[in-house]
Design a protein around this ligand. Structure first.
Ligand code: SIN
Length: 351
């Protein structure tokens, strides 16, 4: 008897479940009441923007500004969640994270993009930009356009090129004035074959390490020095663990702002236009802010640290350029004649 009751209960539960789930089109549940908030949530767009520098830097500030502009222009419909300081991904991981769509936007140093296309190395050629005007010609002119086009047909869409500034050399051993002064020393460099070749040419060791390890490598004296912009030297406190800085302006730190292509393609025209408009405004703002930040922070380091700061004289700069110019020949074939022609024009001030 007990068994029969259990069997009836079992069959009854089965029939009710089948009606509820399996045959719900035959016996539909009453529709849930319409909810405005839920509809709003479905329309929202979330962009995760990951980067590796501090917030108070040309890139950190430009990302924050871009985020604010996008939110304002979309009345809060598009949100940009910013993850600074490598809190989500390191500089070594972020490109794959973007390709896989785990984040939607990143802005890595252009030096780190040679694994996607060797052409990006052109911006790492030594002394390619003699001044700020040359930087603008390079990033906004044909070189910048050709580099952004290298993303065509990939999982990445290039949106803009941002600026940080000219790179300087910091060391502990002695003030660097001549190319031979770096010989035998270990320098942390970005993941760039051209930078690597540059240090090899100077008989120094270019050690490729992620950005956020640099401070501890310097502090533990595992490396002798590094090359970076004043803004990164200031914001990461490298000036506290290095004795000397030489204002060489031997290279330039620029960023490629990139978005995951499938994510981009899924967006409607209104969203795309808002992102593009905000990017245009943030890019123009970044250009001025980068100059200001590097100037202001150099002044701070001069006034508040014991660092010895030397600026290359014209004669010293010429020696550096002569020592490193064979690299232009070395990369001629890899970068192609048109890019190299433009690069030499910039280097020689013929633009
Ligand atoms: C950055 O500015 O994004 C990092 C630069 C570096 O790796 O030195």
């Amino acid at each position: 008897m007990k068994k029969t009751i259990l069997l009836i209960l079992f069959l009854f539960t089965g029939i009710v479940t089948a009606i509820g789930f399996g045959f719900h089109h035959l016996f539909p549940f009453k529709e849930l009441p319409y909810d405005d908030d839920q509809k709003g949530l479905r329309d929202q767009v979330l962009i995760k923007f990951s980067h590796v520098v501090a917030e108070n830097t040309p890139k950190g500030l430009a990302v924050d500004r871009f985020a604010r502009l996008v939110e304002e222009k979309s009345d809060g419909r598009i949100k940009v969640a910013v993850f600074p300081n490598g809190s989500l991904y390191s500089d070594i991981e972020e490109v794959s994270a973007l390709e896989e769509g785990t984040v939607q936007m990143i802005a890595p140093a252009t030096s780190k993009l040679q694994m996607l296309s060797p052409k990006w190395g052109v911006l790492d050629l030594p002394f390619i930009f003699p001044n700020e005007e040359a930087v603008r010609h390079g990033l906004e002119g044909s070189i910048g356009k050709e580099l952004l086009q290298t993303f065509d047909g990939t999982d990445i869409k290039g949106l803009a090129l941002w600026s940080n500034g000219f790179k300087q050399l910091t060391t502990n051993e002695k003030v660097i004035k001549k190319p031979k002064d770096v010989s035998g020393q270990k320098f942390r460099i970005m993941q760039s074959p051209v930078l690597d070749a540059q240090f090899t040419m100077l008989r120094a060791d270019g050690i490729q390490h992620q950005f956020n390890d640099t401070y501890s490598l310097l502090d533990r004296k595992e490396i002798d020095g590094e090359e970076n912009t004043v803004s990164n030297i200031y914001s990461k406190g490298f000036y506290n663990v290095q004795q000397n800085m030489t204002i060489t302006n031997h290279g330039y730190l620029a960023y490629a702002v990139m978005i995951n292509r499938s994510f981009w393609d899924e967006q409607d025209e209104e969203t795309k236009n808002i992102i593009l408009e905000a990017m245009k405004e943030a890019t123009a703002w970044n250009e001025k802010e980068a100059l200001e930040k590097n100037k202001e922070q150099l002044q701070y380091i001069r006034e508040n640290s014991s660092m010895k700061i030397h600026t290359l004289t014209k004669k010293e700069r010429k020696e550096w350029l002569n020592a490193l110019s064979p690299l232009y020949k070395k990369y001629e074939e890899e970068f192609g004649p048109s890019l190299m022609k433009e690069a030499i024009k910039l280097r020689d001030g013929n633009f």
